[in-house]
Design a protein around this ligand. Structure first.
Ligand SMILES: [Mg+2]
Length: 258
């Protein structure tokens, strides 16, 4: 069921900019509110691997604590290492078991209010996902939430070599290439984490260096509660506090572009 304000979301994406060629989304915390599910999965994993109660770890005790801890780290492994004091070998086991624990967990998830409308407003453009989640898990969510038809490409964590995940631009560059064929223009990237913005900046540095007439326009998605972007060392082109603001904020950004 959509709220009144969702139905009123402006749908003028087709007129936004003639050089806009594609949209690339982060998944967790941007399209789908997976926070509680991911915390429950992390709690179960940590209890399984360490033999300790998840409540012993402040970063796993409450949603606000979990979210703030996640956003303190640029790499998910640092969350497990610093916040939970886990060794590399145990973090590897966490990674290996993530999908099985995701499939076993039955916590409900839903899209952020207004996401369906924004995706529909961009339906004339190819859209993709670049995520640190696992592709099979993302595809399962997309089917359950009836979002799959919006996306032409999905790049999960395992789609690039270890060490080449966000903020490295590898997956984003591959996604853009497959969505646009490298056509000159603008690609919008939407993400809720500092690493998403860094990834967009790194892709732009790559295009500049390669002399490619392509630019990633980054949107900071700050609509999940407890997001603190004050420590971000990079700035997106615009920030939104609700999905429905994406269209209007982007229109303002593109009004300044040639
Ligand atoms: Mg995210």
């Amino acid at each position: 069921m959509f709220s009144r304000s969702d139905r009123e979301a402006p749908c003028y994406a087709a007129d936004m900019h003639e050089k806009l060629t594609a949209i690339v989304w982060d998944f967790d915390g941007t399209l789908v509110d997976t926070r509680r599910k991911n915390m429950n999965v992390a709690r179960a994993l940590v209890e399984n691997i360490t033999g300790r109660s998840a409540d012993e770890f402040p970063a796993l005790r409450s949603m606000p604590g979990y979210e703030r801890a996640l956003h303190r780290h640029r790499h998910w492994r640092d969350f497990y290492r610093v916040e939970l004091g886990m060794q590399d070998s145990d973090i590897d086991r966490t990674q290996d078991n993530w999908l099985a624990f995701q499939l076993a967990d039955e916590t409900a998830t839903e899209t952020y209010d207004g996401i369906h409308e924004v995706l529909a407003a961009f339906a004339h453009l190819p859209q993709g996902i670049v995520s640190l989640n696992i592709k099979a898990n993302i595809l399962r969510f997309l089917e359950q939430l009836e979002l799959a038809h919006h996306f032409h490409r999905v790049y999960g964590a395992e789609c690039v070599q270890p060490g080449f995940q966000k903020p490295h631009p590898d997956a984003l560059l591959r996604c853009i290439e497959s969505l646009t064929g490298g056509e000159p223009g603008y690609v919008v990237s939407v993400g809720d984490h500092e690493t998403d913005v860094e990834c967009a900046h790194n892709a732009n540095a790559h295009f500049e260096q390669a002399g490619v007439d392509l630019r990633v326009v980054s949107v900071g998605a700050l609509y999940a509660p407890h997001i603190d972007d004050e420590h971000w060392r990079v700035e997106p082109d615009c920030k939104v506090e609700a999905p429905r603001e994406i269209m209007s904020e982007l229109a303002e950004v593109f009004a300044r572009f040639p």
